[in-house]
Write a protein that binds this ligand. Sequence first.
Ligand code: IVH
Length: 638
Amino acid sequence: MLDSPEISDAEYDALVRELQALEGEHPEMGSPDSPTQRVGGAPREGFVQVRHSAPMLSLDNALNDGELRDFDRRVGELLGAADYAYVGELKLDGLSMAVRYRGGVMVQAVTRGDGETGEDVTANARTIRSLPLRVEGGPEEFEVRGEVIMPDRAFQKLNAERDAQGLARYANPRNSAAGSLRVLDPSVTAARQLDFYAYLLLVNGEPALDSHWESLNRLSVWGFRVNKARALCRGLDELAAFIQKWHEGREGLGYEIDGVVAKVNSISQQRQLGWTAKAPRWAIAYKYPPRQAETVLENIEVQVGRTGALTPVAHLRPVVVSGVTVSRASLHNEDEIGRLGLAIGDTVVIERSGDVIPKVVRVQSHGAERRMFEMPKQCPVCGEGVVRAEGEAASRCINPDCPARLKETVRFFASRGVMDIDGVGEVLVNQLVDQGLVRSVADLYGLTAAQLTPLERMGDKSAERILRGIEESRKKPLPRVLNGLGIPFVGERTAQLLAETFGSLDAIAGADDVTLQRADEVGEKVSQSIRAYFENPKNRALVERLRAEGLQFTHTVVKREGGPLAGMTVVVTGTLPSLSREEAKALIEQAGGKAGDSVSKKTSYVVAGEAAGSKLQKAQQLGIPVIDEAKLRKLAGA
Ligand code: IVH
């Protein structure tokens, strides 16, 4: 059940919004385990170090069947004549985290760190939907350990967004999970769609039940996500079969694993086996070989994207990597090719890791004949000039009307996460643009059945379906329309934040830099890009056509209800005369304000007490009003 949610993400978001509004009206109803706490609170200044209840050690590895047999033999010898069983689990490729519960409520989440102490990431962990904030029926205090991962789809989406924003891509889902959990701003974690899989249950730093298998089942009953791919294996043969099964099955999981973990099931036997200085003697990580292969780089082709960026793509001699035939790999940009020291004709090592398209990890040997790659000076599609701006990794075609850009723009506009128009994919878009039927995304809305049916591989039924999809897309909410415009640096999340802050496309199009930057996560670079977009008469004409076609240009903004501090962010620093830090925060929140942890230009007031330090200084630098406790009480109407 946990792996197949009953409602969609969008429905979930809508319900959380509704709850947020309710809690705004009735603050007494809010609680730390409310789903609204998952949206991410205020950014913090650093992480607090926390000591683990028991060290978080790593596991010994078995790299082949021989090493697995050695492990099993040692276990058998140490346990004497007794029978034993293993629990086989997948070894998820993420980062481990310990989560503490008190009185049924999640109170603390800590990263592994150096194994002895880790970082307190509670606020961020609260945003992970598969991690229960409240648990019924457990002991008064317990701890759950498990792995934080980023599913492949979320990873691909995140990298696509980073591409659109001109940011560096994450190399693999593990790095992006770590990067997403260890950020100071929990709302960033909230946007990243992390998952938590539980694999250990501890009470007072020790396993609480008699067997590991029971622990996993108990965790599942309590609402934790426990991997269904688990098995109780009686003996080495069954364990080997489990390992083999998931070696073949790993492609279909939707997240990355790097092996299987085998744990002796009985906790008393685990105690008997004990630990070495580094790892338990009762468990082993069987590592799958990395999904790599060697092949020859036959050519490098340059593709032109939606923003005009030229992307070199490796054409490879086809090779099978863990069951999938690979003939292309992404090379991202010129610098990446330089860093790899890559030339056409070389033998390269490629690796699959969460991405749709694998990547070249290194040059294995130079080809007898090598041809160095050079970024073309002319766009390979339209023949116009190519420039590489200072400080940018990408070279771009300068022609805004380049057909390659138009095709990519239309394809992106119609794609699943954007306007979601069924049937309008690469093949159709190429035909529509090549035949001059579509010269801008607005032309989609004027298409007729008579224009579509003569196209290759198009029947009456599919034409009808496409036209219906186009029709439906007129109802898509403003954030999608805004994302679909393809404004540089405005991806899905920024579009959502802009729509929520300003409520209409006209308000966004008419706003100056300072106003635009009132939206969360919008800085100078983004605001300038938005302004440049709407100052361009061509873009304005497009927007007017889309308005005439009836697309959604307004967005209902869910406002936090009432209160004298509504819409304001107040930061407390230093020691106040009578209120504790928590009381001051509660006072701010009860008055409808947001209690911030760090001072930025979006802060409305800083409440300074005795021994206020860097935050006070920052407020003074930024010219943010500094007030005392008495003034805060007055403002809050207390
Ligand atoms: S058990 C003492 N189970 O692998 C037992 N670990 O190399 C501690 N991991 O740090 C870990 N999936 O981050 C366990 N099903 C699983 C796991 C798992 C992934 C990671 C974990 C740990 C590392 C050990």
